[in-house]
Design a protein around this ligand. Structure first.
Ligand code: ADP
Ligand code: MG
Ligand code: MG
Length: 253
């Protein structure tokens, strides 16, 4: 049982006009086996939250804490965060010239688990995960993110998550740019990873449609750098019907 705890998190980003506060006191805790959805309008700071937990250098934590099972995440390097069991899909968004998906996955698995995976089981695991995600085996020999389509990037993220078996996974806009078939395949991957290893999932999304495939236990409405409301799955249905206007107006008042 693991818990990621975010307490009163304030984060600024460096802009040309100086530091701008984006997160204004976020409280959230995510435990093994639970799926949390963060939903909110564009520009509300959802990605900033994900990047801050990932340790992106552009974002400065000015107040508050993030801990994983009591360990201070904010003082860890990006690699240490991964080894501690955090999976952040946006951690490696860039092209990695000359590194194939296959080598990349093996290196990441070795880094996270502290030893190289046994070749025979590893090859089988990778093939199984790729088959599940309906990925052609030739994908493993392509260079990471080089010319990947939106859908291929998302599948590659979920492939990493399935193979790395983190304690807590943070998926930012996993649904963006996916057609309905790809959305279903990616969602099934998340659900398999959840069923297989009791992982806690933080699903960040602007749209409710992915929540038809990945059922959240908790829904948090994110507005203007804060959690404006929390509830169960019924809250997502209400957002689908009513949108965010009410929350945005309340945050401005
Ligand atoms: P969301 O993911 O909810 O759409 P973001 O976290 O991407 O929101 O952005 C929140 C706010 O912070 C926006 O106003 C955005 O312009 C600003 N912001 C985020 N990252 C940067 C950055 N690197 N430089 C300047 N402004 C940023
Ligand atoms: Mg505060
Ligand atoms: Mg975003």
């Amino acid at each position: 049982m693991s818990t990621l705890e975010i307490r009163d998190l304030h984060v600024t980003v460096d802009t040309e006009q100086g530091a701008k506060e984006i997160l204004k006191g976020v409280d959230l805790s995510i435990s093994s086996g639970a799926t949390h959805a963060i939903m909110g309008p564009n520009g509300s700071g959802k990605s900033t939250l994900a990047y801050s937990i990932a340790g992106h250098p552009k974002y400065t934590v000015t107040q508050g804490t993030v801990t994983l099972d009591g360990e201070d995440v904010l003082s860890m390097t990006v690699d240490e965060r991964a080894r501690a069991g955090l999976f952040l899909a946006m951690q490696y968004p860039v092209e990695v010239p000359g590194v194939t998906v296959s080598n990349f996955l093996r290196t990441a698995k070795t880094a996270v688990s502290g030893e190289a995976p046994k070749l025979r089981t590893w090859v089988k695991d990778v093939k199984g995960a790729m088959d599940n995600l309906r990925m052609d085996s030739s994908f493993a020999e392509r260079n990471v993110n080089e010319g990947f389509s939106g859908g291929e990037k998302k599948r590659h993220e979920i492939l990493q998550m399935e193979l790395l078996q983190p304690k807590i996974a943070i998926l930012d806009e996993t649904d963006s740019g996916l057609d309905v078939d790809a959305l279903r395949i990616v969602s099934e991957g998340v659900n398999r990873a959840k069923a297989g290893s009791d992982i806690g999932v933080l699903l960040i999304t602007h749209y409710t449609r992915i929540l038809r495939y990945i059922k959240p236990d908790h829904v948090h409405v994110f507005v203007d750098g804060r959690v404006a409301e929390e509830g169960g799955p019924e809250l997502a249905e209400r957002l689908e019907n009513e949108g965010y206007d009410r929350y945005v107006a309340a945050a401005k008042a």
